[in-house]
Design a protein around this ligand. Structure first.
Ligand code: AGP
Length: 612
C-alpha cells in the first residue's frame, strides 16, 4: 500500500514530510513525491525509485514552507515512473492530490474530464481526482473541503486521498474509504497519515477517521464532516505503540499483520472485476476471443507457495473452462522439452515478479512459442515486463518472507482467469459466472470471521510447540492447501512438515504414523465430491495408529475421530482454499513464535529468490 503524509504547522514542512515518508518505507514502494504549500504556487517534486532519489532532487532552492503532502507509491495503475509518481496536479498546477487505493471508475471519469478540456500527464487513476477536484473547487467558490465531499460521491473503489491548494496552502483536506487515514493532533500543528508511524515522533494524540469522512486540517485545528457536510465529533485516542510497533500496525510481526490484511487484499483484487452484464473484466489479458476459444492447454509455472496457487488453478480452470492445465515447478520445467505451441497459454505466478526460476522457465516457454500471462503482485517487475500480459494482484506490499496475503490473491486471480476463460469460451453463462463471483465476494467477510476466532487456535498451536513433525492431508482442492500448510510450517517453525494427498497415505506415508504423531487433515468441502467420507477414513486410519488429528472442516460438516476441530465458514468447494489456508497460516505463525524463531525473516530464506 502507498504511504501518505500531510503536515501543516510552524515547522519547515519538508522535515516532518520526509521523516514521515521514511517511517512508512516499510510498506514497500517504487516512487516518492511531495507538494509543498507556498502562497499562490505549489512546489512539487517527485521521483521514481527510493526516497533518496526524491531527496537528491530537492534542490537547495527549496522554499521555506509550513505545509505540504507527501507520498510513497506502490504502483498499481501505471508503472513506477517520475510521471506516474504522486502528487498529481490540476492543469493550473495549483492543486495537488495524493492517493492510496484504487479508483475503480477512473477511466470513465478521465474521459469526462478530457471532454471538459483537461489535459492528462500520467497513466494513473489518481490524476483524474486532481482534475475533478479542480473543477469542483471552482464551483464551490474555492472551498476545497466542499469540493472533496462532492468529488467522493462520484468515486467508486477503495481510497485515501489528500489534497492541497496554493490559494490556501495551510489547509490540507483528506478523505478515506476502505483505506486507512489517521489524524495526528499536535500543538499548533496537525498531521495526516496512512498510519501513525509517520507522525509518532511528533505526537501520540490521534484521531481515526471513519468511512467516507472528510477531514480538514489547519495549524490551529481540525474539522471532520460526513459527505453531506454534517460535523462529525473527532474520536481522539492515545497512541501506545513505539515506532517499530506502529509500522506493524500494532501487530507483533509483519506476517501477522499481513494475515489480518487478507480480507482487504482479496476484496481489492476482486474490485471492479465484474461488468454490468455479469461478465468478468480482464481486459489486461490481451487475448482475442479467437485466441481464448482456440486454447488447447494452459501451463502454470511457479515456485513454492505460488506453485500451490497454480495447483488450485488447475482444479478451477479445468472445472469451469474445460481447458487442460499442467502445473509445473518452474525450476523443473526449465530443463524439460515440454509440448508447447501457439494454442498454449503459459501463466507465470509470482508475488515478487523477480523469481529467477520462474523467469527462466518463462523465457524457455517463450522460445517455444507460448503466450505468457503473468500473475504478479509487484508492478513493472521483471516477470510482468517479459510477459505478453499481466494480471496484477492487489495484496499490497508483502514484507514477511512467508507469503500469506499474496497467496490468497494469487488464488483469487486464477479464479478470475478461470471464469473469464469459461465465459469467453461459452462454457459458462453469465448467471453461472455471477453466482460464483458473488460467492467470491463473500470471502473477505468469511476470512474476517475466521480471524475473529483465531485465539483458541493460537493457544492450541502453542500446546504442540515441542512436536518435531507434522503431516498434512487433503484431497481435491484441499491437497494444495495441505501442501501450503506444510510449506508454511517448514519455513517458519524449521520443523519437518509434509503434505500428502489423502488417497496417497496408504501408498507409503502411513508408515510414518506412530503413537503421538500430529496430523492435520484438511477436509474437502461440500459433499458434491463425496470425499469427506474418504478423508474421515484417513483420519480414522491415522488415529488407529496413535496419531492426534486436527481437522479443518466447514461449519456443519460431520467430523469424527478428531482430537481438535477447527471450523471455517462454508463456501463452494472450489473456493474453499481461500478459507482453509488461513488457519494453517496462523498455525505456522504461532508455532514459529512459540519456538522463538525470526517470524518475518526466517533463517536461510529470502523474500525474492533471484538466483537459480
Ligand atoms: C512463500 O512462503 C515462500 N517465501 C516462497 O515459496 C515463495 O512463494 C516462492 O519463492 C515464490 O516467490 P514469488 O511468488 O515471488 O515468485
Amino acid at each position: 500500500m502507498c504511504g501518505i503524509v500531510g503536515y501543516t504547522g510552524p515547522q519547515s514542512a519538508i522535515t516532518p514530510l520526509i521523516e514521515g515518508l521514511r517511517r512508512l518505507e516499510y510498506r514497500g514502494y517504487d516512487s516518492a513525491g511531495i507538494a509543498l504549500g507556498t502562497p499562490n504556487k505549489l512546489f512539487v517534486e517527485k521521483r521514481a525509485g527510493k526516497l533518496g532519489n526524491l531527496e537528491a532532487a530537492l534542490n537547495a532552492t527549496l522554499p521555506l514552507t509550513h505545509s505540504g503532502i507527501g507520498h510513497t507509491r506502490w504502483a498499481t495503475h501505471g508503472g513506477p515512473t517520475d510521471r506516474n509518481a504522486h502528487p498529481h496536479l490540476d492543469n493550473e498546477g495549483k492543486l495537488a492530490v495524493i492517493h492510496n487505493g484504487i479508483i475503480e471508475n477512473y477511466t470513465q471519469l478521465k474521459a469526462e474530464l478530457i471532454g471538459r478540456g483537461h489535459k492528462f500527464e500520467s497513466e494513473t487513476d489518481t490524476e483524474s481526482v486532481a482534475h475533478l477536484l479542480s473543477d469542483l473547487r471552482r464551483s464551490h467558490g474555492g472551498d476545497l473541503s466542499a469540493a472533496m465531499r462532492e468529488a467522493v460521491k462520484s468515486l467508486r473503489g477503495s481510497f485515501t486521498l489528500l489534497a492541497i491548494h496554493a490559494d490556501a496552502p495551510e489547509v490540507i483536506v483528506g478523505v478515506r474509504r476502505n483505506s486507512p487515514l489517521v489524524v495526528g493532533l499536535g500543538k499548533g500543528e496537525n498531521f495526516l497519515a496512512s498510519d501513525v508511524a509517520a507522525f509518532i515522533d511528533y505526537t501520540k494524540r490521534a484521531v481515526e477517521l471513519g468511512q467516507d469522512e472528510v477531514v480538514t486540517i489547519r495549524p490551529d485545528g481540525i474539522e471532520i464532516t460526513d459527505l453531506d457536510g454534517n460535523a462529525v465529533k473527532p474520536k481522539e485516542y492515545a497512541i501506545t505503540w513505539d515506532a517499530s510497533a506502529a509500522q506493524k500496525g500494532g501487530y507483533q510481526h509483519f506476517m501477522l499483520k499481513e494475515i489480518f490484511e487478507q480480507p482487504k487484499a482479496v476484496a481489492d483484487t476482486l474490485l471492479g472485476r465484474l461488468g454490468k452484464n455479469n461478465e468478468i473484466l480482464l481486459d489486461e489479458l490481451h487475448l482475442t476471443k479467437e485466441e481464448v476459444r482456440s486454447l488447447k492447454k494452459i501451463i502454470v509455472l511457479a515456485c513454492g507457495t505460488a506453485y500451490h496457487a497454480g495447483m488450485i488453478a488447475k482444479y478451477a480452470i479445468e472445472n469451469w473452462a474445460k481447458v487442460a492445465v499442467e502445473v509445473e515447478v518452474a525450476s523443473e520445467f526449465r530443463y524439460r522439452d515440454s509440448v508447447i505451441d501457439k494454442d498454449t497459454l503459459v501463466i507465470a505466478i509470482s508475488q515478487s515478479g523477480e523469481t529467477m526460476d520462474t523467469l527462466m522457465a518463462l523465457r524457455h516457454a517463450k522460445v517455444e512459442g507460448a503466450k505468457i500471462l503473468a500473475v504478479c503482485n509487484t508492478n513493472s517487475s521483471t516477470i510482468p515486463r517479459e510477459s505478453d500480459a499481466v494480471l496484477y494482484t492487489h495484496a499490497g506490499p508483502e514484507i514477511a518472507v512467508a507469503s500469506t496475503k499474496a497467496f490468497l490473491t494469487q488464488v483469487v486471480a486464477v479464479y478470475l482467469i478461470g471464469l473469464y476463460l469459461a465465459q469467453t469460451r461459452g462454457v459458462m453463462d453469465s448467471d453461472e459466472v455471477r453466482e460464483i463471483f458473488d460467492s467470491m465476494n463473500e470471502l473477505p467477510a468469511k476470512i474476517e470471521q475466521i480471524l475473529e476466532t483465531v485465539e483458541p487456535l493460537r493457544e492450541l498451536t502453542r500446546s504442540f510447540a515441542k512436536e518435531n513433525s507434522v503431516l498434512f492431508l487433503g484431497r481435491n482442492v484441499g491437497f494444495p492447501v495441505a501442501l501450503e500448510g506444510a510449506l508454511k510450517l517448514k519455513e517458519l517453525a524449521y520443523m519437518h512438515a509434509e503434505g500428502f494427498a489423502g488417497g496417497e497415505l496408504k501408498h507409503g506415508p502411513i508408515a510414518l504414523i506412530e503413537e503421538g504423531s500430529l496430523v492435520i487433515a484438511v477436509l474437502p468441502f461440500g459433499h458434491e465430491y463425496g470425499l469427506d467420507e474418504k478423508m474421515l477414513s484417513n483420519v480414522q486410519e491415522v488415529k488407529a495408529r496413535g496419531a492426534k488429528v486436527i481437522v479443518i472442516a466447514e461449519e456443519g460438516a460431520e467430523v469424527t475421530g478428531a482430537a481438535h476441530t477447527i471450523r471455517i465458514p462454508s463456501a463452494p468447494a472450489l473456493l474453499q482454499p481461500i478459507l482453509a489456508t488461513v488457519p494453517l497460516q496462523v498455525f505456522a505463525y504461532e508455532m514459529a513464535v512459540a519456538r522463538g524463531n525470526d517470524v518475518d525473516q526466517p533463517r536461510n530464506l529470502a523474500k525474492s529468490v533471484t538466483v537459480e
